[in-house]
Write a protein that binds this ligand. Structure first.
Ligand SMILES: *[C@@H]1O[C@H](CO)[C@@H](O)[C@H](O)[C@H]1NC(C)=O
Ligand SMILES: *[C@@H]1O[C@H](CO)[C@@H](O)[C@H](O)[C@H]1NC(C)=O
Length: 519
């Protein structure tokens, strides 16, 4: 497929999309549409991350990321004993990826730059020319295809030499991140007009520093997690101001951060303590990062400050485990984002708890003091953490708007669903329809200022701790084939239809009896 022209490739993929279609899917175009149409210049896109798709872990002068190093040392980290060495091989197949993006009809592609591919040591004294050329080619190819790149600087693949210095627990990381960002802005800022600094700092700090679910698996319960949060926030703000002062005047782009937020529902909505638990969870999880950046006053939320201070004192610490911003830092961080990048997937039910199985003291969970349950009525088509509750999407959008106002636009930088595979992904079709419908309600009925939406993800990829077992892609990837063959799923067809019509048609793809019997 790589040797044929882009147009021919697009035609082939569209033909295979129609093939799915001819396979017995009942499609009723035009009926069952929702009443709302997405705004005229609403940004539709798809998202990926370098480590999850690129592979080529030691090619083209790339240095090691902490994920490379850690998984090579712990080959049983993933259930399928896999790693990111080859992944979807997008390093070599990026042109195919771009054709896939074109067939979806979206105008935006959110991708990340691998820090160690650009700076093998993590520091800016040595720029890897081949890595620099690689991203230049990808970005130019996107522009040629009329797809606007949205570039994430840090999507978790920290260069190993910087992890060896303590990663984000080290204040010096703020300087290194600024230096890396300067290289990226200098190399690509002429054609990249939308940047996000950091992807999901909560996931990075909670799963990687407080616990061991993600690399670097520090298990620095209740301590490393807040250092990580603190220096990621400062790193983000430093990079924002670097762009704002030195690059924006001539490059004229936008820059923000991507935060992740589950919705938190009180387990028993009539109980005040469950309502408080849900609010405390949201402040600890979302407010920890959002309040310093998006609130009028800046700094950590008062509740978070109080909870961690109190627990630290009770535990015999002379100072709070949550670091303190100086007044200058509060001002530097406040307002340091042109948009609110939101990744949303699921909802949990919250009730107060002082101790649960698996919690440590101290720890972020213990500080939060919230037990998280799932509603047994909500479907879980794949990984256990992701149950489907579409209304939660509208609720988190409303919560954010209430907390931080509607002036800063929200861009959904990720939303999607995982299953265990298959091309006929009706559940994913339904997930996208229902979640996007809630998004429309948030825009038109609630006045939430949402300006864009990126589906997670373009194709099946290396899903961190899940390896290749859980699938989020609009395109299926055959990881057993040397070509890493990509095939569109029904959800790709459905998303293309939404993007084209700017409407959700709940009847566009429906499971037919015929197909079920033939699976
Ligand atoms: C669309 O509008 C009609 C008429 O106002 C209403 O009866 C119907 O419930 C609406 N449908 C949806 C999906 O909102
Ligand atoms: C923190 O401790 C103070 C003093 O004991 C108490 O008044 C306050 O309610 C505590 N706050 C929280 C959130 O636990």
């Amino acid at each position: 497929m790589r040797s044929s022209s882009g147009v021919a490739q697009a035609a082939a993929i569209i033909a295979s999309l129609s093939l799915c279609f001819a396979n017995g899917v009942s499609a009723v175009i035009g009926s069952g549409s929702s009443n709302f149409t997405f705004p005229e210049n609403f940004m539709f896109g798809v998202a990926t991350a370098a480590f999850q798709i690129e592979g080529a872990w030691n090619e083209g002068g790339k240095g090691e990321s902490m994920w490379d190093t850690y998984i090579h040392k712990h080959p049983d980290y993933t259930p399928d004993l896999s790693n990111g060495d080859v992944a979807a091989d997008s390093y070599h197949k990026y042109k195919d990826d771009i054709v896939m993006i074109q067939t979806l009809g979206v105008e935006y592609y959110r991708l990340s730059i691998s820090w160690p591919r650009l700076l093998p040591q993590g520091t800016d004294n040595h720029i890897n020319k081949e890595g620099a050329r690689y991203y230049r080619k990808v970005l130019e190819e996107l522009i040629k295809a009329n797809i606007t790149p949205v570039v994430t600087l840090f999507h978790w693949d920290l260069p190993t030499p910087l992890m060896d210095l303590g990663g984000w627990t080290n204040p010096k990381m703020v300087d290194y991140f600024e230096d890396y960002a300067r290289v990226a802005f200098t190399l690509y800022g002429d054609i990249v007009k939308i940047w996000t600094t950091i992807n999901e700092p909560h996931q990075q700090c909670y799963n990687g520093y407080d616990g061991d679910y993600f690399v670097p698996a520090l298990n620095s319960h209740g301590v490393g997690v807040y250092l990580c949060a603190h220096y990621l926030i400062l790193g983000h703000a430093r990079v924002y101001h670097l762009y704002d002062k030195e690059f924006r005047p001539h490059q004229k782009g936008k820059i923000g951060i991507t935060l992740d937020a589950f919705w938190a529902e009180p387990k028993d909505p009539s109980k005040v303590e469950d309502q408080e638990a849900a609010e405390r969870y949201l402040q600890m999880r979302v407010g920890l990062f959002a309040h310093p950046i998006y609130s009028e006053t800046g700094d950590y939320p008062a509740l978070v400050r109080e909870v961690v201070n109190n627990n630290s004192m009770l535990q015999g610490y002379a100072r709070s485990r949550l670091p303190v911003f100086s007044p200058q830092e509060i001002e530097m961080v406040r307002g340091s984002s042109d948009f609110f990048g939101l990744n949303h997937y699921t909802t949990f039910l919250m009730s107060p708890s002082t101790m649960e199985k698996g919690w440590f003291v101290p720890s972020y969970d213990h500080d939060t003091g919230v037990r998280m349950d799932q509603d047994p009525n909500w479907p879980i088509p794949g990984s256990t953490w992701l149950s489907i509750y579409p209304a939660g999407f509208r609720k988190i959008l409303n919560w954010l708007t209430k907390q931080y106002g509607a002036d800063v636009p929200i861009i959904i930088t990720e939303n999607g669903m995982c299953d265990w595979g298959g091309i006929n992904d009706y559940e994913r079709v339904s997930y996208y329809n229902k979640y996007l419908y809630q998004l429309l309600l948030a825009i038109y009925q609630d006045g939430c200022n949402v300006q864009g939406y990126f589906a997670w993800t373009l194709m099946d990829d290396f899903e961190w701790k899940d390896g290749y077992t859980s699938k989020f892609g609009l395109f299926h990837v055959d990881f057993d084939s040397p070509e890493k063959t990509r095939t569109p799923k029904l959800s790709a067809l459905n998303y293309r239809h939404i993007v084209k019509t700017k409407k959700i048609d709940f009847n566009y793809i429906k499971q037919s009896k015929y197909l079920v019997n033939n699976l």
